[in-house]
Design a protein around this ligand. Structure first.
Ligand code: CA
Length: 241
């Protein structure tokens, strides 16, 4: 089953929110509606969307404040945000972009424009800007985000796309223990559609692909996984499965 991109629509005017939802469904997206900042935060706590459509003028906390807040949090900082605004003037657009919005649409907008902007924002998201192009190494294991090459002691390793993302994340945050839930959030980005056991399956595949470097990924009983350089040269038995 193909995963329809989930779009969180934060809009306090029900008529507009409903209209956007209908259009998103027709456009091949899965909309989730939130009418205020509290409801939006609740939805984010349950599952991370692929993109957020955020109305500027909301009761209570403004869209601008929310964008700023989500950009600061590790869990939500890379979700694309498109601001919806009834204002068209330049300072406001700049404020929105400064707050961390990826794009903005001025109301009233056409459905076609909305869908096009969403698709563009999702496309831009695919190569993750902060990790792309960045080389990272732990011990004799080296990974390059731009070329998608991974080497151990200079020898190239063959990794599947998920194993690559998983390794990239573990290497960027080496020596730290990551729970399965946090790996799902950070590597898969949405814990609703995937079971925690999936993490174990990919860790197993990753260890196999790493060969002798596979022991660098430790199972921390009752806690999760950790990538460490300390076991790299020792012939330590793999911990756990
Ligand atoms: Ca509004």
């Amino acid at each position: 089953m193909k995963h329809l991109p989930r779009i969180l629509v934060v809009e306090d005017e029900p008529a507009i929110a409903e209209l956007i939802a209908v259009n998103l469904k027709h456009g091949g997206f899965s909309p989730v509606l939130a009418y205020d900042s509290v409801a939006a935060q609740r939805e984010l706590d349950v599952a991370l969307p692929d993109l957020i459509l955020l109305d500027w003028m909301l009761p209570g906390q403004s869209g601008l404040m929310l964008a700023r807040q989500w950009r600061k949090q590790e869990r939500t900082k890379s979700i694309p945000i498109i601001m919806l605004t009834a204002r068209g003037d330049e300072p406001d657009k700049v404020a929105g972009l400064d707050a961390g919005a990826d794009d903005y649409i001025t109301k009233p907008f056409s459905t076609q424009e909305l869908l096009a902007r969403i698709r563009a924002a999702l496309r831009r998201r695919i190569p993750e800007p902060e990790s792309e192009g960045e080389g990272v190494s732990v011990g004799e294991l080296a990974l390059n985000g731009a070329t998608h090459r991974t080497t151990h002691q200079g020898r190239e390793l063959k990794l599947g796309p998920t194993e690559f993302k998983l390794l990239h994340y573990l290497m960027k945050h080496a020596e730290r223990v990551h729970s399965r839930a946090s790996l799902l959030d950070n590597v898969w980005g949405d814990q609703v559609f995937i079971e925690e056991r999936t993490v174990d399956v990919h860790v197993k595949r990753l260890r196999e692909a790493l060969g002798t470097a596979g022991t660098m990924i430790e199972t921390v009983r009752g806690a999760g996984y950790r990538l460490t350089r300390s076991t790299e040269r020792t012939a330590a038995a793999p911990t756990g499965q």
